[in-house]
Ligand binder design. Structure first.
Ligand SMILES: [Zn+2]
Length: 317
């Protein structure tokens, strides 16, 4: 996936360079190119009570893994990248454990969630609650249509049997996931300590695919997805060392400007909150050379030897 995006981007850049040169010859030398929003993988979409999905939103790359994984359901749909990563995570779990890990719920569309919500409200009304009380009580346990992560096709509910319960956390399966999900691109979406941020009660069974390196960034910063997106919106970018290639690092940018240029893009994701998260993979030395060249050009140097203090870059750490 990384290589694919890299090669697509470098081909795209080659083509755009030719177009830009042609535009220059025609008298508009400042023709800039935007990053390609068609490459938006939507893996970092934020879905909650503030950031709703449209009723018509259905991912185009759903696959059914009900036959490939332990599950008592006849269909278990996930978006393709999440399905692939889930099967790899399951293989890693199964290599050391005989207790089965069951998939209980994957993609659910808007209409299903709407029907689920209204049937729960009706049930409570039948047992004597007013509509207002029935609605409030249902809201505690069931997401309103448009606010359910299951509509993204990136969320999966997991269990040691067929049901969902808080005690899942203390099972072998639950403990293994808490420790290992991050390395496979998944996050525990509704942490017990973060329910004031997510507005959702603790759900030890609900895992969400965001992809690498984002799952590791969330783990290392003890963030839920709301906090990660808020940090990027506030600071504009962050850096994360590539655990597999010590000479390289990830630069993760946030922008609402689609004309912005980036080098070495590995993925682009809209965030469902008006912006894009651009993930780049860069060599530390290349980064240092670029930064140093910028400082040298600015003419602010009082020394001639590249100085880490002047550069103020974390790549040296
Ligand atoms: Zn769930």
């Amino acid at each position: 996936m990384v290589l694919n995006h890299n090669s697509i981007m470098s081909r795209l850049k080659g083509l755009l360079l030719v177009l830009a040169l042609a535009a220059g010859l025609l008298g508009c030398p400042d023709a800039a190119y935007a990053f390609d929003t068609a490459l938006d993988d939507q893996l970092l979409v934020l879905v909650n009570g503030k950031n709703l999905l449209a009723a018509a939103y259905t991912p185009s790359d759903l696959v059914d893994i009900a036959k490939q994984v332990p599950s008592q359901k006849s269909t278990m749909q996930l978006r393709e990248p999440a399905a692939k990563a889930y099967q790899q995570m399951l293989a890693a779990y199964s290599a050391g454990h005989s207790d089965k890990l069951y998939a209980v719920s994957g993609f659910r569309d808007y209409a299903y969630q709407k029907q689920l919500f209204s049937s729960k409200v009706a049930g409570r009304q039948r047992s004597g609650q007013s509509y207002a009380a029935a609605y409030q009580n249902t809201l505690r346990y069931t997401a309103l249509p448009g606010t359910s992560e299951h509509q993204t096709g990136l969320a999966i509910d997991l269990s040691n049997n067929a049901g969902l319960s808080e005690s899942f956390r203390d099972t072998k399966q639950g403990q293994w996931l808490l420790e290992n999900c991050w390395a496979h691109g998944f996050i525990l979406r509704y942490d017990a300590a973060k329910s004031d941020v997510t507005a959702i009660a603790y759900e030890p069974w609900h895992y969400r695919y965001v992809g690498l390196p984002h799952s590791l960034i969330l783990r290392d910063n003890d963030w839920v997805l709301e906090e990660y997106v808020a940090y990027l919106q506030d600071k504009g970018s962050l850096e994360y060392p590539d655990p597999l290639q010590p000479e390289s690092l990830y630069k993760v940018y946030y922008t609402t400007d689609t004309t912005q240029e980036y080098d070495n893009i590995v993925s682009i994701s809209s965030d469902n909150a008006g912006g894009y998260v651009i993930t780049c993979h860069v060599s530390r030395l290349e980064q240092i050379l670029t930064n140093w060249a910028d400082i040298a050009r600015s003419g602010d140097l009082d020394i001639v030897r590249p100085d880490p203090v002047q550069m103020q870059i974390s790549q040296l750490n």
